[in-house]
Write a protein that binds this ligand. Sequence first.
Ligand code: CP
Length: 330
Amino acid sequence: MPRDFLKTSDWNAMELDELLASAQRFKKREDQTRSLAGNSVALVFFNPSLRTRASMQVGIYELGGNAVVLEPGGTSWTLEHREGVVMDGDKTEHLAEFVRVLGRYCVAIGVRTFAALKDWEEERADPILNAFAKYSDVPIINLESAMHHPCQAMADMLTIREKLGEGRKKVLLTWAWHPKPLPMAVPNSFALAAAQMGHELVIAHPKGYELDDELMEEVKGHGGSVTIEHNVEKAFDGAKVVYAKSWGGRNFYGAPEKDIAERAQYRAKWIVDEAKMARTNDAIFLHCLPVRRNVIVTDGVIDSPASVVIDEAENRLHVQKAILSELLNK
Ligand code: CP
């Protein structure tokens, strides 16, 4: 079986550390190896992207390789992932063939497949990503699935390390109001990676917006301190890192109108603004982007010196080159 990069906890803390060190070498151009020379990598996008798509294409090019970008239902056939299905509906090709055919052309496959936010029990099992991993003979790289965005989390960890140095930091992951429910992949992966890196983690969200129970057990299992905070102002006290992200309530999967009604009460309060940042210990501000200005974060914060969101986006390129090199050269 090939090694995959599906979530950060498939790799241990020492391996993640080595990936970060490798990413720093790529960033400083100390490492200019062209580990993909003569090879192609498939990038399968079921959903839109700016950073992931551009940084993967550029990274593959810089490693000497070629990116094959496919959009099922757009530039390639619609895909079925379930087993034993009578395919007499709108799906033209099964992942069983799609993935194995791509494996004959490409040395790795990256896949983006968001949660549809329709069925919590089904989507929390990441069925499409896991079907890719099951059928593939080449490494699968998760470019954001229903439950995880590990490349983003690695860029986040690199950014924290670059800005604040190595070692444990007080890191706040805060929910923010957004006009519609969004998937949980980014907060899940950020929490997991922060715990693996030994940070002191505070997760702030209104009641009813809890992350997955199993995921939280895994986060706590890494031995660091994890605090859940429902008071958004208090959550900022003493933080060195503020990471904002909105996500949908798992009890509202399949009923977005109920989530939208529930979250309306949080609009004014659950935003990252100057007053909350003033409660921190000179924290840096991170967001995976894209971000809605003056909804998730005020202009005053995202345009301030505390904001490192552009460096964070750049770091996607460097960590993904490190991941690709590690997966394909072992
Ligand atoms: N952060 C991130 O994954 O950005 P894109 O959705 O633009 O790829």
